[in-house]
Write a protein that binds this ligand. Structure first.
Ligand code: NAP
Length: 216
């Protein structure tokens, strides 16, 4: 493992991954001068214990397919292989241990996902370990955040960044709905991801769906 000075961690459920995520990761890499972006599909997202999420192996496989052609992108199995709830703090501690203090961490995710960051497990330590990059559509303002989150962000503003990404209009929810309705998802996801979704018959029915492990 070569020494990195700045590592991006792209946290998400990726159910499925789409061009909005890829544009966000590339935008963050460029904006913050990151050496690499490590995509981190959630194993068991903390706020979705009772909600249905597709099999982690499918989400991991689609993330690998989507990122293959970018030499600055890698995919991690850290959260998928860790048992129990996927807390961001555990991931950041593990990565700090792995990469050492010389590597600055940037945790990138959707602004909506960090709406309630002030309630995340050990959130102050999360910010001590990593910069946070909240990806939003243009026009998003911190005023959209709940007051508790705004106060918390104000206390940590030097480690908290907003990244405006026009392609954030694409959403995983919409892609799942389109597949279910038989509509096209072409140009919303990379072609290999589209093929994978069709071949594995993902999202054909409302979740919960087949828990079969993928064979490819
Ligand atoms: P989510 O609630 O499914 O997503 C909320 C919004 O953010 C959606 O619009 C989603 O769009 C967008 N989004 C999610 N990840 C994104 C990304 N990497 N780039 C751009 N937009 C993104 O969020 P989630 O995916 O489950 O969680 C996001 C990350 O926060 C994960 O790494 C999760 O583990 C972490 N998290 C940690 C805690 C904790 O430690 N307590 C609590 C909550 C979340 P799409 O649906 O199109 O992706």
């Amino acid at each position: 493992m070569s020494k990195l000075s700045k590592l991006g961690i792209m946290g998400g459920t990726f159910d499925p991954i789409h061009y909005g995520h890829l544009v966000t990761a590339e935008g963050a890499r460029f904006t913050f001068g990151l050496d690499q972006v490590l995509f981190m599909p959630s194993g068991r997202p903390p706020h979705k214990k009772d909600a249905q999420v597709s099999d982690a192996e499918h989400r991991y496989m689609m993330t690998v397919l989507a990122t293959l052609t970018n030499p600055h992108f890698e995919v991690s199995r850290l959260e998928i292989d860790r048992s129990g709830t996927s807390y961001t703090i555990d991931t950041l501690r593990a990565l700090q241990e792995q990469y050492g203090p010389g590597t600055e961490l940037y945790f990138i995710t959707g602004a909506d996902a960090i709406f309630d960051i002030a309630t995340w497990k050990d959130c102050d330590e999360c910010l001590a370990l990593a910069h946070f990059v909240a990806a939003t559509r243009p026009g998003f303002s911190l005023d959209h955040l709940p007051a508790s989150t705004r106060q918390w962000v104000a206390r940590h503003k030097e480690r908290f960044h907003i990244l405006q990404v026009p392609a954030m209009a694409i959403s995983s929810t919409e892609i799942r709905e389109r597949v279910r309705a038989g509509s096209s998802i072409r140009y919303l996801v990379p072609e290999p991801v589209e093929h994978y979704i069709r071949r594995q018959r993902l999202y054909v029915q409302a979740l919960p769906q087949s828990r079969e492990r993928c064979t490819k």
